[in-house]
Design a protein around this ligand. Structure first.
Ligand code: NAD
Length: 401
């Protein structure tokens, strides 16, 4: 069986290397430089080894392309394109629409179309199916299914094989073929009664995290005001063997999922006249953390950051990855600069960002740790400046939340 995967980013490339063990995979991406890079056997995703990618290419199991015509003879296509927010923070389905265009225009036989991109309930039924059918000049009738992706880039204990996967087809035939497809490389497949349930479950998983992160971020501020340790209090609460799940405070949330997916849920809720109060407020609390942290640092340093050399340690949105999407470090840096601080950053995993480069870890007046990669030494952080504020709870002896 030949499969096409539209979008060769975190999700699409990860699926590609797993699926290409069993199937022949064509990885379609609109970025031609990325296509060239992938075809030369170089992965751009943590967790996808270049050696494995190169092997798949050598074995004739994988090829990347930006030509839609190469998808003409696939038996199944997966959509794995971004689903971001527009400037006014509304769901942006333009990438999905463009993927539908590629499918509609190039695939003239009936196949199975699976959406793995995260979106609100109803996207498969009310957007993807009609869009593909409208772009198809021969009005080809495909089978449609959803199987939301749960990959956590950089994570080694859970992968495509052992992470349970939800799925649902628009028809029983679509469900059956979807199960058959994933069962070759995923151990635990869970069918739900409709695509809308699968779409909503994915959004709710990330909303659950967003709301709980906001709650613990708010609690960190309460604990500080009360003069008690937030970490000790959380550890104490976590001794309860049931009904409690520990989340830890931070400078905010980043990545493509947690800051974005809940807004998809809120948008569809409000469209249907249902409240999304927690979701909207949680988003605000998380966004406000950067300002709170800069305020705390200023208070500890005589009330002003004007002219101070501040080094932000870790600008990726989470440890051990180079992913900068929606990173909280961006807001922290913005607030610091608006207070007149001279800001540089250290992150050798990221290297370069927004025309700036990672600087060595020493010589600052103030260090703020936003993300701590395993490769950064705790003691080195503590000796890099006379004042260190740690937002991660991982640097012993530093000031912090
Ligand atoms: N990254 C994650 O951890 C994660 C986890 C679960 C779900 N998701 C969801 O999966 C989807 C994809 O996310 P991602 O992290 O892989 O994004 P990404 O930005 O890493 O990759 C998307 C790729 O799609 C390509 N692309 C965009 N439009 C295209 C088009 N019309 N045709 C072909 N290629 C196109 C881009 O060039 C890019 O390489 C999103 O809906 C996201 O919410 C992501």
């Amino acid at each position: 069986m030949k499969i096409g995967i539209i979008g060769q980013g975190y999700v699409g490339l990860t699926i590609a290397v797993f699926a290409s063990e069993t199937y022949e995979v064509i990885g379609f991406d609109s970025k031609s430089e990325l296509v060239d890079q992938l075809n030369s056997g170089i992965s751009h995703i943590e967790g996808v080894e270049s050696t494995l990618l190169a092997k798949r290419i050598k074995d004739g199991r994988y090829v990347a392309t930006n030509l839609g015509s190469k998808l003409a003879d696939v038996d199944l296509v997966i959509i794995a394109v971004p689903t971001p927010l527009t400037k006014d923070r509304k769901p942006d389905l333009s990438f999905i629409d463009s993927a539908c265009h590629t499918i509609g225009r190039n695939i003239e036989k009936s196949i199975l179309v699976i959406n793995e991109s995260t979106s609100f309930p109803g996207t498969l039924r009310n957007y993807i199916k009609p869009a593909i059918e409208s772009y198809s000049s021969k009005k080809v009738q495909h089978l449609f299914a959803i199987s939301p992706e749960r990959v956590d880039p950089g994570r080694t204990d859970f992968n495509q094989k052992n992470t349970p996967r939800l799925y649902a087809g628009l028809t029983p035939a679509a469900s059956a073929r979807t199960k058959d497809f994933y069962s070759k490389f995923c151990d635990n497949l869970i069918e739900v009664s409709s695509p809308e349930v699968a779409e909503a479950a994915k959004l709710f998983e990330n909303t659950f995290r967003q709301v709980n992160i906001a709650l613990v971020n708010e609690f960190a501020q309460i604990a500080h005001a009360l003069g008690i340790s937030v970490y000790e209090t959380l550890d104490a609460a976590n001794t309860k063997p049931y009904g409690f799940m520990k989340f830890t405070p931070s400078a905010g949330v980043g990545g493509h999922c947690i800051p974005v997916d809940p807004t998809y849920l809120a948008a569809v809720a409000e469209e249907h006249g249902a409240p999304a109060t927690f979701i909207r407020r949680a988003n605000e609390v998380n966004l406000e953390m950067s300002e709170y942290i800069v305020r705390r640092v200023a208070e500890d340093n005589g009330g002003s950051l004007q002219g101070k050399n501040v080094l932000v340690v870790g600008v990726a949105y989470k440890p051990n990855v180079a992913d900068l999407r929606e990173t909280a470090a961006e807001l922290v840096i913005e607030h610091l600069r608006s207070q007149g601080a001279v800001v540089s950053w250290h992150d050798d995993v990221v290297g370069k960002w927004k025309g700036e480069s990672s600087v060595p870890l020493h010589g600052a007046d103030i260090v703020i740790v936003v993300t701590k990669h395993d490769s950064v030494d705790e003691k080195e952080i503590m000796t890099s400046a006379p004042y260190v504020f740690d937002t991660t709870g991982k640097v012993k002896g530093a000031k912090g939340l």
